[in-house]
Design a protein around this ligand. Sequence first.
Ligand SMILES: Nc1ncnc2c1ncn2[C@@H]1O[C@H](COP(=O)(O)OP(=O)(O)OP(=O)(O)O)[C@@H](O)[C@H]1O
Ligand SMILES: [Mg+2]
Length: 324
Amino acid sequence: MKPPPDTAFVKTAGLKKVFKDFWLRPKVVALEGLDLEILPGEVHGLLGSNGAGKSTTIKLILGLLFPTSGEVTVFGKPPGDVETKNRIGYLPEESYLYGFLDAEEILDYYGRLFNLPGPTRRSRIAELLDMVGLQGMRNRPLAEYSKGMQRRIGIAQALINNPDLLILDEPTTGLDPIGAREVKDLILRLREEGKSVLLSSHRLADVEDVCDRITVLYGGCKQAEGTIDELLSSPESTVIETDRLDADTLAGIEALLKKAGGLSIRKTESPRQSLENFFLGLVEKAGREGAETSGATGGAGVARFLTRERPAEEKDPPAEEAAD
Ligand SMILES: Nc1ncnc2c1ncn2[C@@H]1O[C@H](COP(=O)(O)OP(=O)(O)OP(=O)(O)O)[C@@H](O)[C@H]1O
Ligand SMILES: [Mg+2]
């Protein structure tokens, strides 16, 4: 039975995973009693240090590992369900791509696994390669790709089936700041298209930039859960931003605060731009001025088939047409 539309895409209850050693003695408690919900149209971040249990959680959701106890449902069904798998895209922590294939061949291979008809595969592959900025590399074997290029092709592979739920394990690892920014923008665009994203990361800025809600893991246990605002805002102070103030005006404000209840200004500073924005500005300028690069180029927004305006003939291709 189809779950009602407001049902969580992923729901775990008391999820526990213990890895045993060869003699089946308890070895590592990788996850302990995790309750997690991923709602339709949300970007959910799994945040935790190395070994916190992020990848284990993801593998349990995908049905690649079995829980020691507790429950997981994905789209209201057990994770191994074939229909469920059709609606999920997955970027593993490490890409295991066949080095002798080129970008088009690997994407075609994954397209065939999802039974996509030939013309659909070809148009999606071209759109995805454009999207991740690898059109120029499409006929080079993957063994020659840089780490960041491999990550980009991994992201394209995770999207070939136009999934409703995208699971990304450390998506920005190995990407340069532009690539990382593009992946973050892509995640936000996919959310606008109504898709859900679960992303694990230990890069705090990534999580802060794109996630609606986050779950923080430590030692396999949930330490905190909530929206970024709920977890990070400090209601006990106020920040006001305005044009640069001279010393007299500041003194006037200080006097006003004192009168208003014995308050004082704790800190004044001129905001500075982030290193990310500064770097992106430099690279954009070099690109505009025609500087040469043999690397990946900037991606082109989001592939059209991933949007709501995708052509009617691409919707729900019947499996029997898949043979090319
Ligand atoms: N196949 C396995 N056999 C035994 N122990 C494992 C296995 N996979 C993971 N673990 C252990 O489970 C714990 C959680 O690992 P997990 O890979 O989920 O961490 P993570 O949060 O993804 O870390 P990272 O940021 O380094 O990727 C670790 O202590 C790890 O050693
Ligand atoms: Mg991991």
